[in-house]
Each structure stands twice: as structure tokens, then as C-alpha cells.
Design a protein around this ligand. Structure first.
Ligand code: NDP
Length: 445
């Protein structure tokens, strides 16, 4: 193990860390360019992340002036980890090559391996010469919006920037590693009442849900709104439920098992639909949807909470979008950030225009939104939906579980942290929020 990781583990001060030598290499999770066609011809479900994800030492690049090195104590599995590992819908090497054409610092990313991961909690161990607000020794979480702040298009809403990227998905040197390269404008304070692994699972999913439901760039929700949330105990859904409750709105969660129904009720979500029990068949066959099934969902929602949803939180995509557009209230909003089950979407446009509904696209969040979302965690108003923890060496299995929907909430990954449960520096706040509530998603530990 390198001196710097040992020093971070031992809780060394910033001064000591700054004097401790950096290693030339780090342990990291990556996919390989020469394997990007390995799953061709297989069905999506048969593409196995355990075969494509490698864990080995790779060289650390030179640090750009606006970047920091972070010793990553913990990271998480996101659905983009799945996409990268199965090379769908595209191999991510195309993203790296495009970044590689943007100057000398961009060139570092266009390699024959792609170090992935879009979440991290850890400690800053080096800062570039242009970094002002962060110093060696700071405990941080990382948000994954990778933006060139010298681009004018990045200065209204940075998600509109022409060269906006997701760190660890469209860039190299992501968070599933012992040491990662992070732009200074991705850093946020680590919530002091959380362990490293609890702090590592929020950046990407919480910020995404925040923009979709709370920010003025999203739906946004207001008190009294009804919001239908697909995948409500999953990564983004479990944050969406909490933001809906905090906004004074009423979430209607959709999940696929009785145990997930109970989990959502324990989280405070009164109205939950078990889609497995209901056995909705929105598609009669691959090409034909069934409006009577959309109506059945709409009736179930009305019976539960008396109203049609003002907002639908969409991400399953092809399987559910027709139903989502149908059940949304007149003048309501369908806010979508994904299409897990297929991105060629079909819905009946008559239900959209005659009832003056809006479909709104959303993608991750800008730094301001990510910061505000992080604040909800720092204040204990949103809990981390950490359900399981894997080691870095076992990332393939963790990614397989998310790919096959075998998980709840978020899966954390221990990187440089030697064991679970470390990193809490504000026990008083932890006690105030309550251990039981903070670990709600870990009931199957
Ligand atoms: P998870 O797998 O953690 O959760 C998704 C949930 O959706 C599942 O738990 C499942 O819940 C539900 N689901 C899956 N397939 C279907 C289906 N066919 N019909 C209805 N429900 C379904 O993933 P995440 O929440 O992390 O991400 C969800 C999607 O959002 C992914 O495609 C991801 O890439 C995307 N995403 C996009 C972001 C952006 O910035 N644009 C950011 C984050 C995520 P259940 O079985 O219980 O119903």
C-alpha cells in the first residue's frame, strides 16, 4: 500500500499529507479498449460486467492546474457503471477520444483503458496550482459534472455547456479507484455524520433527483403535488421519494416486491404500488401498447391517493413512457432522465397535447444544484439509501447485481477505506437523526 493511503487511513493532517510522497500508480477499476466488442451479438441481460471489469494498478496522470488528487475512501455503483461495463448503448472509448482532442489536458484521457466510477468520498491529497477553495486534508464528496469553465456556454446552467461530461463515464480517472483525479469544481464537503461508504452513494443520484423534482430546471414540485415515482426504492427513486416528502408533495412509489413496498413505507412513503403484484402489461407485444393497461394504472393511482399525478418521475423509458404520459394530470409534467428499458419511446400524443402536458428532459445537475442536494444530506434531511457494501476487487459482482435489479437503493464500494463504519466525525448529529433511520436500507445486512 502507498504511503499516502496509509497516511490518510491514519488520519494524518493536511500538512503531513502534503509532505507524503504520491505513488506513480493506483489500483483502479477499468474496461479495456481491446475488449469493447466482446459482448457483440449477446442480449443485454447476458452481457456480464464480471467479465469486462478489471481491477489492476494503472499509472496516475499529471495533475492539471484546476484539478486535485483525492484518495477515494469509498465509491458507488451507478447505472452508468453498468452501461460502461456492457458497452451499451455505446462504448465509452468514443467519449474519451473526443475529450482527447481537446488540448493537452484532455489528451491524458484518451487511453486504452477507461477508469470508471462517478461517485466518491475521500480526502484531498494534492491540489493543482489554480485551486483556491480546497486544500490538502479536506474531507470531500465528489459530484460528477465535469465542465470546462472557460467555455461561455457553461455560464448559464453548466448542464447546458457544449462540452459538459459525466466524470468517470465520459472522462477517465473516475471514482472506482484508490486515487482519483477530480476537478476542483466537483468537490463538496463530506457530510460529517456519515461513514465513508454512506457519504459515497449520494453525489450522482441525489443531485439528479434534486434537479428533476426540486430545482427550477426540473418539474419542480410544490406543496400538495402528487408525484408518481418509478423505481422508487432504486438509486434515483429513493432520493426522489425523500425530496418529494421534503417538498410537501405526496409521492406514489412504484416498486416490484412486497419487501420494497415495506421499505418505502418505512421511509415515509404512504402510497406504494407493487408493479409485480399488479402485473401491468403496457405492451401487448413488442410493437403494440395496451391503453386499457394504462387506464388500469391510472385507476390504481386514483384509488390510492384520490388524484392523478401532477408530476411523473420517469426513467424506465420504453416500457413505461406511454403509461406515464397517459396517467399524468392535465397540464402536468413528465420529467425524464433515462430510458433503462429502451430509448425509442412511444406514447399517444393526443393525451399530451389535448391535456396540455409537458415532457421535460433532465440530466444530472449543475454544481449549484449538486451543492444544494449535498446540503440536504449534510443537514440530515435526506438519508443515504446505502443497502450493501462491496470491496473494490468485487466491483464486477456489485455491478452485475445492479444490472439485474437485484439490489435496493445504492451499492457502496470500499476503495482505500480498510473497513466499513469509518469516517464519522459528528456523532451528535448522527444520534440526532437516528442510527435506525440512517441505516434503513441496510436492513438485510
Ligand atoms: P436502479 O437500477 O438503482 O433503479 C431503477 C429502478 O427502476 C429499479 O430498481 C426498478 O425498480 C425500476 N425499473 C427497472 N426497469 C423497469 C421497468 N421496465 N419498468 C418499471 N420500472 C423499472 O437505477 P438508478 O435509479 O440508479 O438509475 C435509473 C436510470 O436512470 C438508469 O437508466 C440510469 O442510467 C439513469 N440515470 C440517469 C441520470 C442522468 O443524469 N441522466 C443519473 C442517474 C441515473 P422496481 O423493480 O422496484 O420497480
Amino acid at each position: 500500500m502507498s504511503d499516502i493511503i496509509e497516511a490518510v487511513r491514519a488520519g494524518a493532517t493536511g500538512e503531513v499529507l502534503a509532505q507524503t510522497p504520491m505513488p506513480s500508480h493506483t489500483r483502479a477499476v477499468f474496461v479495456r479498449r481491446d475488449e469493447q466488442h466482446m459482448f457483440e451479438g449477446l442480449a443485454t441481460r447476458d452481457k456480464d460486467p464480471r467479465k469486462s471489469l478489471h481491477v489492476e494498478e494503472v499509472p496516475l496522470p499529471e495533475l492539471a492546474p484546476d484539478e486535485v488528487f483525492v484518495v477515494v475512501m469509498a465509491s458507488s455503483i451507478n447505472f452508468n457503471t453498468v452501461w460502461t461495463s456492457i458497452f451499451e448503448p455505446l462504448s465509452t472509448f468514443g467519449f474519451l477520444d473526443r475529450l482527447g482532442r481537446e488540448g493537452i489536458w484532455g489528451k491524458r484521457h484518451a487511453l486504452d483503458y477507461h477508469v470508471i466510477g462517478s461517485d466518491a468520498s475521500g480526502v484531498v491529497v494534492r491540489v493543482g496550482s489554480a485551486v483556491r477553495n480546497w486544500k490538502v486534508g479536506d474531507e470531500v464528496t465528489v459530484q460528477c459534472n465535469h465542465v470546462d469553465d472557460q467555455d461561455p456556454s457553461a455560464h448559464d446552467d453548466s448542464m447546458l455547456a457544449l462540452n459538459q461530461r459525466i466524470w468517470g463515464f465520459e472522462t477517465n480517472f473516475g471514482g472506482l479507484a484508490d486515487i482519483s483525479v477530480v476537478k476542483a469544481n466537483q468537490l463538496m464537503p463530506k457530510p460529517s455524520h456519515l461513514t465513508w461508504e454512506e457519504a459515497a452513494v449520494n453525489g450522482l443520484c441525489n443531485s439528479t433527483a434534486y434537479r428533476m423534482l426540486v430545482s427550477r430546471n426540473g418539474a419542480p414540485l410544490t406543496q400538495g403535488d402528487r408525484v408518481l415515482i418509478w423505481g422508487a426504492s432504486g438509486g434515483i427513486g429513493s432520493f426522489a421519494v425523500q425530496h418529494a416528502l421534503n417538498s410537501g408533495a405526496t409521492p406514489i412509489g412504484v416498486v416490484s416486491s412486497p419487501s420494497k413496498v415495506q421499505l418505502l413505507k418505512d421511509l415515509g412513503c404512504e402510497y406504494v404500488i407493487d408493479r409485480s403484484e399488479k402485473n401491468y402489461r403496457f405492451w401487448k407485444d413488442e410493437h403494440t401498447q395496451d391503453e386499457t393497461e394504462w387506464r388500469r394504472l391510472g385507476k390504481d393511482i386514483r384509488e390510492l391517493c384520490g388524484e392523478d399525478p401532477d408530476v411523473v418521475f420517469e426513467h424506465p423509458g420504453r416500457q413505461t413512457m406511454g403509461a406515464s404520459v397517459f396517467v399524468t394530470k392535465r397540464a402536468g409534467t413528465i420529467v425524464t432522465c433515462a430510458a433503462t428499458s429502451g430509448y425509442m419511446i412511444e406514447y399517444d400524443n393526443r393525451h399530451l397535447w389535448m391535456k396540455l402536458k409537458t415532457i421535460k428532459g433532465s440530466h444530472f445537475s449543475n454544481y449549484r444544484e449538486a451543492w444544494a442536494a449535498n446540503q440536504t444530506i449534510v443537514d440530515g434531511k435526506v438519508i443515504p439509501p446505502l443497502s450493501a457494501v462491496f470491496t473494490l476487487d468485487n466491483v464486477g459482482e456489485a455491478t452485475y447485481q445492479v444490472h439485474h435489479n437485484l439490489h435496493e437503493g445504492k451499492i457502496g464500494v470500499l476503495c482505500a477505506a480498510p473497513e466499513e463504519g469509518l469516517g464519522i466525525s459528528n456523532q451528535e448529529l448522527r444520534d440526532k437523526i437516528g442510527e435506525e433511520r440512517l441505516t434503513l436500507f441496510r436492513r438485510n445486512k
